[in-house]
Write a protein that binds this ligand. Structure first.
Ligand code: SF4
Ligand code: SF4
Length: 112
């Protein structure tokens, strides 16, 4: 291989890894903006119902968080022991279910 080609390959690989990093950074920033939209009302986790998810936690400011958020998707249990599937809000919308004041509702300009 001529030295010129070797240098070209190194530059290309640095550019590609920079592109990958920049793409990953963009995706992270987009994810963060998306997550920040949530009003933490807890309605999608049953906060206003009789049998909410057992992982739903009410903070002192009245907002809700999920105790297992990064690992939340899949089978979950309500406080009374019923099993259900935790899915993304996007998947909830796919089934035609929209929570009235949810920040991700298309009617609220949401981007779920
Ligand atoms: S596991 Fe799912 S349904 Fe339960 S609190 Fe977390 S996000 Fe809500
Ligand atoms: S209903 Fe919407 S705004 Fe409220 S906690 Fe669920 S995702 Fe967030």
């Amino acid at each position: 291989m001529c030295p010129g080609k070797a240098i070209y390959d190194i530059i290309l690989s640095v550019m590609e890894s920079t592109d990958d990093r920049s793409y990953a950074d963009k995706m992270d920033a987009q994810e963060e903006r998306h997550e920040a939209l949530c009003r933490r009302c807890g309605i999608c986790c049953g906060a206003t119902g009789e049998d909410p998810c057992e992982s739903l936690v009410r903070s002192s400011d009245g907002r809700y968080t999920c105790a297992v958020y990064t690992d939340r998707l899949g089978p979950r249990t309500t406080r009374r022991g019923a099993i259900f599937a935790c899915v993304t809000i996007r998947d909830v919308h796919k089934h035609g279910v929209y929570y009235p004041d949810c920040a991700y509702n298309p009617s609220q300009g949401g981007i779920a």
